[in-house]
Ligand binder design. Structure first.
Ligand SMILES: [Zn+2]
Length: 285
């Protein structure tokens, strides 16, 4: 038996993803900072009629966000917490948001961040099992939750309850970033501790305005950005890559690895790096 661990593209052990909510005008200032540091973010949007005056023009979203490889994701048509809605209302809130965003941006949109208190409170006859079920039926690939900041840097066990590492106001943020950046995933480390690490930061760009701390956004990006050891990806890119890895087909004796996905997949077997191209069957010595 060997230990096999996912590695992100180019064999990297670490990845950073961001998730910022509500699609307010401050996202424009924020994305300009992100673009300078090569950091990717998923921006979670509501429907236009909620925003009215401060919605970002569609062309601006295309030019500044989508053309730079950022993701637009669902954040509820009317920004209602799914845990507080009857399943029927939750379905409408998600589906109407998805339909509007797909029409507006001319692309498939199936990532999501739960709006408001999300699934923190369960009321009005709903439960998490029902929510997860209808999200799957609505073909929502993943949904970000909140309220459980931690420094485990794990990939999500449940894509529909994807717990971030931290909100940018978390007082331990700097400590978490240091731990992430200094962690060693080389073959020198005890084998069971060589798993991949994902740092997932979330928040609202307008908070930098409200708290007058745009310097924090700059500091975070300076610390975490432009680092050749880190893969910068949107939430959906993480989802698709991890699923490509999890779809690898492996012979019973672990000698052959077949990649049925459309992405080159990287992994580490007992400290030895491998990559397997789409459609390729690789022999592990
Ligand atoms: Zn929100």
């Amino acid at each position: 038996m060997r230990y096999r661990f996912l590695r992100f593209p180019e064999g990297k052990a670490k990845a950073l993803t961001l998730s910022y909510d509500d699609g307010c005008k401050q996202d424009i200032r924020f994305v300009e900072i992100l673009n300078r540091y090569g950091i990717k973010c998923t921006f979670n949007h509501n429907c236009d009629r909620m925003h009215k005056t401060y919605v970002i023009p569609t062309e601006t979203v295309k030019e500044l966000f989508l053309d730079h490889g950022h993701e637009i994701a669902i954040h509820g048509d009317m920004h209602r917490a799914n845990g507080s809605l009857r399943p029927l209302d939750g379905i409408r809130d998600v589906l109407e948001c998805r339909l509007e965003l797909e029409k507006k941006y001319g692309r498939i949109i199936r990532g999501m961040a739960y709006p408001d208190t999300g699934i923190t409170y369960l009321e009005n006859g709903t439960d998490f099992g029902m929510i997860r079920q209808y999200l799957k039926e609505l073909d929502v690939a993943y949904a970000r939750t909140l309220g459980g900041d931690n420094d485990s840097f794990r990939l999500p066990a449940d894509w529909h309850a994807w717990m971030p590492t931290a909100h940018h106001n978390n007082p331990k943020l700097d400590e978490y970033m240091d731990k992430f950046l200094s962690a060693d995933r080389s073959p020198n480390v005890y084998h069971a501790r060589r798993g991949p690490m994902l740092f997932y930061l979330w928040g609202h760009a307008y908070e930098f305005d409200h708290n007058k701390n745009w310097d924090l956004a700059e500091k975070i990006c300076e610390k975490m950005g432009n680092n050749p050891e880190i893969w910068y990806a949107t939430n959906m890119e993480i989802y698709e890559y991890v699923n490509a890895y999890r779809s690898l087909v492996i012979s019973a004796d672990e000698a052959l690895v077949y990649n049925p996905s459309l992405q080159t997949v990287f992994f580490d077997v007992d400290g030895v790096p491998y990559s397997v191209k789409p459609g390729q069957t690789l022999r592990i010595e």
